[in-house]
Design a protein around this ligand. Structure first.
Ligand code: AMP
Length: 278
C-alpha cells in the first residue's frame, strides 16, 4: 500500500495506474476507520482493480461551532486497517494541500439540503460537494463508494454525478451496525458509557417507525416519545421523506431518518425502505 500526501505524488500514481489500464475504486473518508468504512473498501475491491482511500477531515463541511478540532484522528491505526483490508493507495492531504487558495466559486445542493442534516447544519453539504468534486477530479475513479448511513450525502452526490455528467459510478453500501443495532460511526467514541447503552434505541425507534409508516400511520410522534423517554439525548430531527429526491409525503421509496445530539456526539441514522412492501 502506498501513502501519498501531495497532489503531485497522487497525480503520478493516477497516471501510472491509468496507463496500466486498471480501474480505480475510490473510498472517501474522514478517517478513524471502522467496519463501516471497511465495508466500502470490500465493495470497491469486488468491482475495481485498485482501491484508493482518501483520509481527510474536511474543514469545509464543519460549521463554526461543530467538532472539526476534536474530530477523532489516528492515522497510524487507519493505515494499518486500510492495508489489512487491501487498500492500494491512501491519499491523506493536509488542509493546505487540499485548499491552497481561497476560491470564490461555491456549490450548493439547493432544496436537497433544506431538510434533514442540511437544515440543522447550514453549509455542510456545500462543503461536502466541494471536497467530493475535488476528490473526483484528482483521483479520477471509475466508481466511488458511499455509505447509506449518510443517506442525504449519498443522494446529493448521486445528483451531482448524474446532473453534471461526472464520468464515474456511485455505489451505495448498506449501513454496518454494532451487534445491538447502533450504526458504526467514528463519533461513537465520544458517547459516555450511559449514552452508549441508550444509543441502540435510535435504530429501534427507526424500525418501529418503518413498521408504523408501512401500516399507514404517522410514525413520528411515537418515535419522539421513544427517543425522549429512553435516551438522554436531545432530538434534532425525525423526518419521513421520499428517497432519493427528499420530498415530503413519500408514496413508495422512502427514508425515515433522525439525528440525536448526545453530550459530545451527534448521532444520525436512517432506514431507506419501500412504503408499499412489508
Ligand atoms: P466518514 O469518514 O464518516 O465521512 O464516512 C466515510 C464514508 O463511510 C461515507 O460514505 C459514510 O457514509 C461511510 N460510512 C460511515 N459509517 C458507515 C457505516 N456504519 N456503514 C456503512 N458506511 C458507513
Amino acid at each position: 500500500m502506498q501513502v501519498v500526501n501531495t497532489v503531485l505524488d497522487l497525480k503520478e500514481w493516477i497516471r501510472s495506474t491509468k496507463q496500466s489500464g486498471q480501474s480505480i475504486g475510490l473510498v472517501p473518508t474522514m478517517g478513524f476507520l471502522h467496519e463501516g468504512h471497511l465495508a466500502l473498501v470490500e465493495a470497491a475491491k469486488a468491482e475495481t482493480d485498485v482501491v484508493a482511500m482518501s483520509i481527510f477531515v474536511n474543514p469545509a463541511q464543519f460549521g463554526p461551532n461543530e467538532d472539526f478540532d476534536r474530530y477523532p484522528r489516528d492515522f497510524e491505526r487507519d493505515s494499518m486497517l486500510a492495508e489489512k483490508a487491501g487498500v492500494d493507495l491512501i491519499f491523506a492531504p493536509s488542509v493546505e494541500e487540499m485548499y491552497p487558495n481561497e476560491t470564490q466559486i461555491t456549490m450548493g445542493a439547493g432544496s436537497l439540503a433544506n431538510v434533514l442534516c442540511g437544515k440543522s447544519r447550514p453549509g455542510h453539504f456545500d462543503g461536502v460537494l466541494k471536497v467530493v468534486t475535488k476528490l473526483f477530479h484528482l483521483l479520477q475513479p471509475d466508481a466511488a463508494y458511499f455509505g447509506q448511513k449518510d443517506a442525504q450525502q449519498m443522494a446529493i452526490i448521486e445528483s451531482l454525478v448524474r446532473d453534471f455528467n461526472f464520468p464515474l459510478q456511485i455505489r451505495r453500501v448498506e449501513t454496518v451496525r454494532e451487534q445491538d443495532g447502533l450504526a458504526k460511526s467514528s463519533r461513537n467514541v465520544y458517547l459516555s458509557e450511559a449514552e452508549r447503552i441508550e444509543a441502540p434505541k435510535l435504530y429501534e425507534a427507526l424500525q418501529r417507525g418503518v413498521k408504523d409508516a408501512r401500516e399507514g400511520q404517522d410514525p413520528i410522534l411515537e418515535m419522539i416519545r421513544l427517543i425522549e423517554s429512553e435516551t438522554s439525548g436531545t432530538l434534532d430531527y425525525i423526518e419521513l421523506l421520499s428517497y432519493p429526491d427528499l420530498q415530503q409525503e413519500p408514496n413508495a421509496q422512502a427514508i425515515l431518518a433522525l439525528a440525536v445530539q448526545f453530550q459530545k456526539a451527534r448521532l444520525i441514522d436512517n432506514i431507506i425502505f419501500n412504503l408499499k412492501e412489508n
